[in-house]
Design a protein around this ligand. Sequence first.
Ligand SMILES: [Cu+2]
Length: 275
Amino acid sequence: MRTGRRNRGSAGPAVLLSLLLVTLVVATVYVFAARLFPAPPPITQVAAQVDHQYSLTLYAAGAAFVFAQLGLAYAVFRFRDRGQHAHFTRGNVVLEILWTCLTALVFLVLGILGSRVWAAVQFSPPAPDTIQVEVTGTQFVYTFRYPGPDGKFGRLDPALVNAPAGNPLGLDPNDPAAKDDIVTSTLTVPVNHPVELLLRSQDVVHNFFVRELRLQQDAVPGMLIPLHFTADRTGRCEIVCTQLCGLGHYRMRSFLNIVSESAYEDFLKQQAAAR
Ligand SMILES: [Cu+2]
């Protein structure tokens, strides 16, 4: 009878694999705990709520990840081949039900908490004194339009779009409401003042993303998508496009300047004078 040492598996591979798993867990936890790639500080109340929600999700998912991977490392080592007979198990129904319900519960709670933050952006109407700015994505630039002193956006005609001639949006010169519209290549807004962006696209799907706002929204051709925020500090943030919108996608970016109320008024006057 061939039994004993010759059939017994070596402990080496099991030990190595367990150690590899433990090392990966430690390295992953370190990357997050040491904040190696921190996000810039949030500049709106909603952004701070998003961060809080993100931390909750990260802690819940992180705990599950650590337990699952350490459990795996333990199982690999503990149940390695020692020449014993393999065991067949049909599992444990009670345990299966328990951890399925537990996982569902974690998902539900995180989902319900997160939906409140999401709804604060998507479902709440902007305040009455909100400043509206239209944001147009075009391969591969952003163009911003302010309605001007009349508070009305003028008519756009796709047939009139001519960026080299200084009319990137196709403003209709025959529409009186279009006469005072201000078109810029960067976005300037006042601090502590609600702003509503109206996102549109001239060609393909783009995505408006500002890390400091924790806001990311697709701009879809044929749709006007509103997005509102109130920045609580002045500064300059990068606006990027996060949809792979073509070969020049990598250079599609602009800036969001958050300035004081008086600097904002000056900005509007300057732009109006430059028209
Ligand atoms: Cu784009």
